[in-house]
Design a protein around this ligand. Structure first.
Ligand code: PLP
Length: 338
């Protein structure tokens, strides 16, 4: 698959590392768990949104934009990383924040909200949960135009066809890495939210004949709602690339058991996963995404979904900045997070 005709900015040096996790594997009692460190990508600190923004910023700059407009939850990694990309490129950046939990956006809060201020967000509009985010962002874009600026709207999570190209690039990077390592993988466990990550990997795996089964862990939806989103994203990416493949329904698999009680609200399995990775491998997961995604890997291992001899690769999508907004929860007894 040829990505070279799409303008791209680079925010990371080389491929993200793949590491074996011997202590965690031992604590879990198998399978053999590996991790791909997309939490070590660039952009203050980076994560999966860094890869999407390489292509989105390429497009924004090609179109002459001077102000980014995007949206997210109060503790949004996507908003932080988009703002960081804007800073690097000398652009301004405005957010529309959706308060899915009423009262959860506070100007002086910690975690990502602190980072918004430190990195210098230009303006924040807070709207109630369930608002039409596309409309709210269009309104902000109108304000930018009215004051003589050129806005570029990036959808939530950076998950459109252009953003998804970042995870096609990741699929190609992974293929090269495994070839050089001489290591095959039996499963690849990835988070599934706004779906650019999961959908981009589905597209990249199909287009590059990578046959490692992708196991999506939903962070906000059950498979009946999540899989169609991922399928649509993967198809849109292949169409943009001009690759004549129809995404088969069975190429999209996800599990929905670990996101409850609600997106961004803690549960005991998340706390256990965050503590386990910190205390066996000194790897920081986050409470909203990777803690729940790793809880899925742990849960599926205990259920016997993975064989003890399987090599299972986990995608670390970043997010540890949000840990500071959840300190007492992740230090506490997992049972207290029920
Ligand atoms: C956004 C995000 C995800 C989910 O990725 P999508 O592409 O939105 O599905 C997973 N982990 C972290 C840390 C994130 O910030």
């Amino acid at each position: 698959m040829d990505l070279s005709r799409f303008p791209r900015r680079r925010y990371s040096q080389g491929p993200s590392p793949i590491e074996f996790l011997p202590n965690f594997t031992k604590a879990l009692g198998g399978p053999r768990v590996w991790i791909k460190r997309d939490d070590m990508l660039g952009l203050a600190p980076g994560g999966n949104k860094t890869r999407k923004l390489e292509f989105l910023m390429g497009d924004a700059l090609a179109k002459g934009a001077d102000t980014l407009v995007t949206c997210g939850a109060p503790q949004s990694n996507h908003c932080r990383i988009t703002l960081a990309a804007a800073v690097k490129e000398g652009l301004k950046c405005r957010f529309v924040i959706e308060e899915r939990v009423p009262g959860s956006y506070k100007f002086d809060a910690t975690g990502n909200q602190f980072m918004y201020r430190l990195l210098g967000v230009e303006a924040v509009t807070v709207v109630p949960g369930g608002s039409n985010m596309a409309e709210a962002m269009e309104k902000v874009a109108q304000e930018v135009r009215a004051s003589g600026g050129k806005p570029y709207i990036i959808p939530g999570g950076g998950s459109n066809a252009i953003g998804g190209l970042g995870y096609v690039a990741c699929a190609q990077e992974l293929q090269q890495q495994l070839l050089q390592m001489g290591q095959s993988m039996d499963h690849f466990v990835v988070g599934s939210g706004s779906s650019g990550t999961h959908g981009g990997l589905v597209a990249g795996f199909l287009g590059n004949n990578i046959q490692i089964p992708l196991v999506g862990i939903g962070v906000s939806r059950d498979p009946s709602d999540q899989n169609p989103l991922v399928h649509k994203e993967a198809q849109a990416i292949l169409d943009l690339l001009g690759v004549k493949i129809q995404v088969p329904a069975e190429a999209v698999l996800s599990f929905g058991d670990w996101w409850r009680p609600k997106y961004s609200i803690p549960n005991p399995a998340m706390v256990e996963a965050v503590q386990m990775l910190a205390r066996t491998e000194a790897i920081l997961l986050d409470p909203v995404y990777t803690g729940k995604i790793m809880a899925g890997l742990i849960g599926l291992s205990r259920k016997g979904y993975f064989k003890p001899t399987d090599n299972v690769l986990f995608l670390h999508t970043g997010g540890a900045t949000a840990l500071h907004a959840y300190e007492s929860v992740v230090l506490g007894d997992p049972a207290d997070a029920a």
